[in-house]
Design a protein. Structure first.
Lengths: 353, 356
């Protein structure tokens, strides 16, 4: 079973061999490293750039405007903040030119905490990303979506931001989540496409014949159906919510879990359908809580479904502090943990109107 | 006031450097039309026919020749232009209709560059590879390497031209362009243009910049440079031609620093009034044309009066063109189709360093 990072690499391979991708680039993206998380190992069009995020985003825009198909990477989203006005520019190219130009580029960046990344390898980017009109924003939580969302991002004629939850990059696919065309034996896949340690100068990947799979941008997925409480989440918090649901099931609380997969456009239809069913909802993410994307989802839900809510809707998010501290106790206090999710859902389930 | 190092321009005043009378007449016409356009835009703004003016009066002697030398077309075989908001003469030299700039000034739905969304002189012309001009200073220098990679990849003679002012070179994006266009083995066909009017809104360059010449910064990267008198269209044309020939043939970057004037201040925000202490390229050039008996005083006066009148009438005409409907804001947030895609069989071939 492929990991998320292998799924990304396979999608990049499909992109450059079948979907017209011309450039996969960023800091340490090309040989010999192939990305700090190994996501771009062995790719023909991968190349290294100067240590210059603004140059990376700007060059991606230029390539896109010249009819190329760039996939640019910011090594960690923590380092993308100096490039936000270039992202704003990319998102505004079609609009400002009244449709004269479009800007088909993909910007990938790993996000979130969970790898003991301290202050500058733990940021989330959903808050910033979703304040950039003109961008589509996707965020997978499993290898199959990682693969299918990236293929959809590549063929989209607009700028698409691909937020990769870094704590899940090595997570393996669950049952029924095998990539189309992936070899049966997971060790075989690793032998085929993972670069060896040490000298890689003569190594070439042996790509499996993976097939196209386009996960539509803007469509959420119900990971677990339930009757009592809806948890609307994405990225790293999805497996955490699933664990919480298992624990809550032992208490007789039946939790529904919705993985948004796309933050823009966002699948309000799916959110509202779930909340109409359970009448209780928790919005869950690990970004800092002030002006949090979940607040927008919560407000829209209240606007639409106020009289159908049986409990005050809740947002569980990260603490509004400048960074995620390195000590285990600090990280656990900064971003939602299993016990926090369990407690929040339990409270929603028990609320008496 | 502007000192030009003699080594940069020596020899350019000799007879052998003179351009043909036909070329000079065309150059003059472009300069006059650009000046009349900017004057009309300023009038429109002052009369309430447009919210904001920014433009390039004082840069015509450089920007006109620049536009004349562009290899115009769509796609990486042709030149890409990353311009800024003082580039009207470049667009007119390429064949743009000045009335369209009046439309953008008046924010009409018929404005072909932004459908009433953007300030005047914020061009976007995909069929000529003019990428959308945006107000933030210097971001075009971060985008230029991308189109230049495409130019290089496709082969041929197409280059990327990126232009900005002197104050903007303080932004990191200027360094981005120098670094990305001179990567060893991956040099880019990029003509880097700094039009130096020695101002940043109200702040003189002399208070903020310790470097003797902006061009000196490029030399650290092995990028060839020239500093020229951008108020002289003959010098501008010849030096630009040489620089562009180098970029076209060698597929390497070149930096042109052109010393220019800013005749009406930064923008309407600072009043847009004619300044008297900066040299004006147009009368200086007209005197030359008169002395050399290429054009008569009366012919030049007549051209200016006629162009002024035509643009005045056009500005009245477009007052009746409709403004965009409010619900148009939802159009073009996302593209439905891929307008920038190049056709089947295009030589897509990404290299390991992005420029092979």
């Amino acid at each position: 079973m492929a990991t998320i990072v292998q799924a990304i690499r396979l999608a990049l391979h499909v992109g450059e061999t079948r979907l017209g991708v011309t450039d996969i680039f960023g800091e340490d993206v090309g040989a010999p490293l192939g990305g700090v998380f190994t996501q771009s190992q062995g790719l023909r069009t991968a190349w290294n750039t100067p240590l210059d995020e603004r140059g990376i985003v700007g060059t991606a825009i230029g390539l896109a405007l010249a009819g190329q198909r760039p996939i640019a990477e910011i090594q960690f989203c923590d380092y993308a903040f100096n490039s936000i006005d270039l992202m704003k520019l990319a998102g505004g190219i079609c609009w400002s030119s009244a449709g004269d130009y479009n800007c088909p580029m993909v910007l990938m960046t790993p996000v979130g905490s969970g790898i003991r990344g301290s202050l500058y390898h733990s940021h989330s980017f959903d808050g910033q990303a979703t304040r950039l009109p003109g961008w589509k924003i996707v965020m997978p939580s499993n290898p199959l979506d990682a693969y299918g969302l990236l293929l959809s991002a590549i063929v989209d004629p607009n700028p698409v931001m691909y937020l990769a939850p870094k704590a899940l990059l090595r997570a393996k696919a669950g049952p029924g989540e095998r990539l189309p065309g992936e070899p049966d034996d997971e060790r075989a896949l690793a032998r085929m496409i993972d670069a060896p340690l040490g000298d890689r100068s003569r190594w070439r990947p042996d790509w499996p014949d993976v097939h196209d799979l386009f996960v539509p941008i803007g469509k959420a997925k119900t990971c677990r159906a339930g009757r009592h409480v809806s948890v609307v989440t994405y990225g790293r918090m999805v497996p955490l919510a699933m664990l919480a649901a298992e624990r809550l099931a032992q208490e007789g609380i039946d939790t529904e879990i919705l993985d948004l997969r796309s933050l823009h456009p966002v699948d309000f239809e799916a959110i509202f359908a779930s909340v109409r069913k359970t009448n209780r909802v928790l919005f869950l993410n690990e970004d800092t809580e002030v002006t949090n994307f979940g607040e927008h989802l919560l407000r829209k839900t209240v606007d639409q479904l106020f009289y159908e809510l049986h409990a005050p809707p809740r947002l569980l998010a990260g603490a509004h502090v400048p960074g995620v501290g390195l000590a285990d106790s600090l990280e656990r206090a900064s971003v939602p943990q299993l016990e926090h999710v369990v407690a929040a859902v339990r409270e929603l389930a028990g609320h008496q109107a | 006031m502007i000192t030009i190092p003699p080594r940069e321009t020596s020899g350019l005043d000799g007879d052998e450097t003179r351009l043909s009378p036909e070329l000079l007449v065309r150059m003059h016409e472009i300069m006059v039309r650009a000046r009349c356009l900017e004057e009309r835009l300023i009038r429109m703004n002052k009369q309430g026919d447009g919210y904001f003016w920014i433009g390039g009066p004082g840069e015509e002697a450089f920007n006109g020749p620049l536009g004349m030398l562009v290899h115009k077309g769509q796609g990486p075989q042709f030149d890409y232009l990353h311009l800024h908001y003082r580039s009207s003469a470049t667009l007119l030299a390429m064949g743009a209709d000045p009335v369209d700039t009046l439309r953008q000034m008046k924010s009409t739905a018929s404005d072909p560059y932004s459908a009433g969304r953007n300030f005047c002189n914020h061009y976007s012309v995909r069929k000529w590879n003019v990428v959308p001009v945006s107000s933030p200073i210097e971001v075009q220098f971060a985008m230029a390497p991308g189109t230049a990679i495409a130019n290089k990849r496709v082969g041929g003679k197409g280059i990327t031209i990126v232009q900005g002012g002197d104050a903007g070179t303080a932004e990191g994006d200027f360094a981005t362009c120098l670094i990305w266009s001179s990567r060893p083995g991956a040099e880019l066909p990029c003509l880097i243009v700094v039009t130096n009017n020695h101002w940043g809104i109200s702040t003189p360059a002399s208070e903020q910049h310790g470097e003797k010449h902006i061009a000196d910064r490029a030399r650290a990267f092995g990028i060839r440079t020239v500093i020229l008198d951008g108020n002289d269209p003959e010098i501008s044309y010849r030096e630009l031609k040489k620089a562009m020939d180098y970029v076209r043939n060698e597929r390497k970057p070149f930096l042109v620093e052109a010393m220019v004037s800013r005749l009406y201040g930064h923008s309407s925000a600072s009043g847009a009034n004619l300044v008297t202490d900066e040299s004006d390229c147009l009368p200086a050039f007209e005197k030359k044309l008169e002395d050399r008996k290429i054009l008569t005083r009366s012919a030049m006066d007549e051209l200016r009066a006629r162009t002024t009148q035509e643009l005045l009438e056009a500005s009245k005409r477009i007052r009746d063109e409709p403004q965009p409907e409010g619900d148009q804001i939802w159009r073009h947030v996302f593209a439905e189709k891929d307008a920038v895609a190049v056709g089947e069989g295009h030589p897509f071939a990404g290299g390991r360093n992005g420029a092979s």
